[in-house]
Each structure stands twice: as C-alpha cells, then as structure tokens.
Ligand binder design. Sequence first.
Ligand code: SF4
Length: 440
Amino acid sequence: MEGKAGRPGWEPRLQISLWVYGYSEGVNSGRAIEELCEWEAGYQWLTGAQVVNAHTLTDFGVKHDKVLEELFVQVLALLSADGLITLKRVMQDGTKIRAHAAGDSFRRKERVEQALKQAAEQVKAVGAMSEEETSRRMAKARQRAARERQERLERAVEEFKKLVEEGKDKEKRRVSTSDPEARVMKQPDGGFAPSYNVEIDTDAESGVVVAVGVVQAGNDFEQLEPGIERVEKNLGQSPDQVVTDGGFVSRDNIVAMKGREIEFIAPCVDEAGKGESSYEGRGVSAPYHSSAFVYDGQSDSYRCPQGKILSYEGKEERHMQVSYRYRAQRSDCQGCPVKSQCCPGNRVTGRSVHRGEELAEVREFRQKMQSEQAREIYRQRAQVAETPNLWIKAKFGLRQFSVRGLRKVGMEALWACLTYNICVWMRLRWKQGATVVLPA
Ligand code: SF4
C-alpha cells in the first residue's frame, strides 16, 4: 500500500524506531502505536508529529523477517565491536509465551476437516455474494475473512501430520483452529495453555541476548543444539561454555556439547536405581534390595538371593542413562518363601531389577557437577538467564503473542529481544559515559 495515493510511504528506519520504542514502553500493537502517535511526545518526536497508519505498521512488523534477523545480527555485531559480547559463557533458557488462541479452539482431525469443508463452501458463497454487496469494501473484508479462515484450517490439517511424526497418541491429537501451530504447554503456575516456547541464549558477561528462537516443543531437551547453532549463525563462533537448567540435561546433550568442545554446566539428574524405587519404596526388606541381586555379565542376567535367575527383559532410555530391565520367572516368585519381603505387591509378574549404564561423557559430567566451581557457576544461572525472559514479559508486556503462526510469533519475539538488547546496550554505554549509535 505504501506509495499509493492517500497513504504516505513511511521510512523503514522510522517504522523500526517506532516498534523498538513501542516495545520498550510495553506497546506491541500497530493500532496502539498509531493512537500514541497522535499525542505521546516520544512517538511525535520520532514521526515529526505525524500519525503512522496502524495497517502499515502491523504489516511492517510481521512481513520482513529476514530484514529483522539481519538487523538483530547487526546490533550484535556492534555490541561485539564494543567488546560487550565475549561468548565465554552463554546461558540458555526457554520461556512459554501464550499463543493468540483460546484453550477451547483445539479440535480433533475429523472436526477440523469438517470445518475446512464448510469454510471452502463459505469462500465460494461469499465470492458470489460480493457482486450484490452495496459496499465493495465490506464485500472484500468478508472475502478476506473467509479466505483467511480457510487457510488457517488448511494449516491445521497440515499440523496433524506433524503430530503424527512427533509420535503423539492418536487420542491426544488436537490442533487449534485459531492458531494451528500453537501447542498446549505446561505453564509455570502448573496450568496448561496454548503457547509457544521461546528459547533465549544470553551472554553471561553483558546480559545481551545473543540468539532467540521460537519452537513448538513444550520441553527443552532438544533445544540446546539448535540454540548453539543460532549463536554460531549470529556471531560466527560458539560459546566456550553453556549453562542451562535441568530441563536441558540429557545424554544426547552432554555428548553433543563434548563433541562441540563446549563446556556444559547444568544440574545432574540422579536416575540411579530409579526403576527400583517402586520396590524399595514399598516396604521391601533390605536383604532384598536390588544391591542384593548379583549380575553376571557373561549370561547377561541376575541371580536373586534365593538363587533364581532374572533374565533380560528390555531397556528404557532415560535422560542420563540407559536402564536395562531383568525379570524373574513368575512361577519362581509366586512359590518363593520370602516373596512377602522381596516383592509383596507382585501378583502377576516376577520380581525385576534394573541395571543402569552410563556413558563415559555422562560420568565425567556428573563428576564435574559435583565440584564447587561448577556449582558456583550454576548458581549464577537464574539471574542471567531469566532476566531477559522476565523483562520481556513484565516490562515489554509480551505475555501473549498478538500474532499467529510460528514465523510471525518468531518475529514478535525477535522485536522484543532486539529492543531488550538496545536497552542493555544503552545502559552499558551510559555506564561507560558513551552514547549508542544504531546501524544506518
Ligand atoms: S521372590 Fe523371586 S526374586 Fe525374590 S527372592 Fe524369591 S524367587 Fe528370588
């Protein structure tokens, strides 16, 4: 629309300034910025007392993702040139931000397909009606709304394919008809809500956000390597050390960080004897705890205190180790004189024991995390990693996305992080007695 009669073309630099200023003041909608341009001194100073149209601002805010990513990287380059980013230590954290979708907008596949059929018919009907409409504008608005609904539902059908690939139970497969890419995620207050997971990497020394990504996964286990890759893409190098909370700790991540020569600092998850807790927590006498069962590596089996064999049954992949399960014959246990002390609750199976196997990398990680030095580094995590998350939510007001879909919410998160970095930059330069000059 820019350049057409009736709506002036606005300089991209001005629109960027308005968005950054808006976010810094907790304003993240084009309509609110348009209103503020009419009377608020900061916006008036930026625009020369002119009012920038909300549609222009909104379109600009979500259309130019590549340009915004480039701008984010340019600001990082300037911060780097100022010596403010060292990448000696990066802290990664994920934070859930609510999607622009209602909790009751999630439907099963059959319902979505049915709604899509109706939407397609609606698009045809609205197209036919438009000839008779008294107002062409109204007709166009209706056509656009019907088309957008159809497109959203088409995306919703596509999202079901992703849920199948992710291995989600058929019974649990539901997609939102208002934002198909949103996922129901657990919130910090224990409730569940349609959300996106925003992964933020922060340089520990300066507090600058060096990478941001938005994902549909509700947990962080698979987000560490993508986070590191974003840091590398933005700054051309990897951090020396990465610090996370326990949500990122897994064998795969420990091995991957070792392979990348990045020191990984995170709390240890103790899974030793996890499978046994079901027995040992339920009144099993000490002489029958798993430590009393003897493993024979040659036959890959255990021998119980009564001399019966527990054969290999299967394995469970845990976060830190692989756990191998061995089980006694049901007939051996049912007729055993000490059953009431060994496995009193087992009525249909024999007693089982678990053997955990840890990789050398995991053992090394576990050992390192017992040192006071590693614990001291970890203690700094919350303050560094959670500051941008809190700032973005509490000060910039980004508790819920105002747009829909991964690409657009990614841009909204990037605008917020860009603004955050500029605020941090100004504070750091102000401390040094210097000013900030933004890229041309
Ligand atoms: S209950 Fe089963 S596993 Fe336990 S001692 Fe008796 S035979 Fe062995």
